[in-house]
Design a protein around this ligand. Structure first.
Ligand code: G3P
Length: 218
């Protein structure tokens, strides 16, 4: 399974990349705003900085909701760097834009997906990735992981090439559940990725190794 980090914070992207297990980055307008990135020029500069850190797909989201403007914005984003994936919300004009982009070889990430039906439209439009939001479904007592599983099952049955990019991941257990559900990608906070490292038996076992070595070798 591929790991993307879900942030626009350059320090966190660098730290995740230095782990050696990072395959890409996803951003969204809220994550960009959180970093105080203001204006188109600064946004484009920031995306390029991310592309220089991580040699993998970087999702950059359009802010337009109108087909014509989405196309214009998405083509401009895609022209920034070969690793840029144009992120488009799963709305009517977004599906039309994804179809337009897929017919022209521009890779896309269909985002804000909360149902099998939305994921079906994203795949039929030729999206490169579909982003079901696991955490936000869990937040309303719905089953986000079950949605991931159903999308994987549907895409496998119909042999769609769209990759399932599990998003809105809240914790390490979500990552494990995405593995079990067969997601192609999980885009995660850094803490959730680092949480995979943690096990008390590893810590206690290493402490014993070191103590035994020190006891004999000084
Ligand atoms: O960036 C897309 C998605 O991962 C954001 O999810 O719920 O953490 O805002 P959330």
């Amino acid at each position: 399974m591929k790991f993307f980090i879900d942030t626009a914070n350059l320090d966190q992207i660098r730290e995740a990349n230095e782990l050696g297990v990072l395959d890409g980055v996803t951003t969204n307008p809220s994550l960009m705003a959180k970093e105080g990135i203001k204006g188109v020029v600064n946004q484009r500069k920031h995306y390029l900085q991310i592309c220089e850190i991580v040699h993998g797909d970087v999702s950059a989201e359009v802010i337009s909701t109108d087909f014509g403007e989405m196309v214009k914005e998405g083509e401009e984003l895609a022209s920034l760097h070969s690793n840029i994936v144009v992120k488009v919300p799963c709305i009517e004009d977004g599906i039309k834009a994804i179809k337009y982009f897929s017919e022209r070889g521009i890779r896309t990430n269909c985002t804000l997906v909360f149902s099998v039906g939305q994921a079906l439209l994203a795949a039929k439009a030729g999206a490169t990735y579909v982003s079901p939001f696991v955490g936000r479904l869990d937040d309303i007592a719905s089953d986000g992981i079950e949605l991931v599983r159903k999308i994987v099952e549907m895409y496998t049955y119909y042999e769609y090439e769209t990759q399932v990019l599990a998003a809105s991941i809240r914790n390490t257990q979500h990552i494990i559940q995405c593995v079990e559900a067969g997601a192609d990608v999980a885009t995660c906070p850094l803490a959730a990725i680092k949480g995979l490292l943690k096990h008390p038996l590893t810590d206690s076992g290493l402490a014993t190794f070191l103590a035994d070595y020190k006891r004999v070798n000084g």
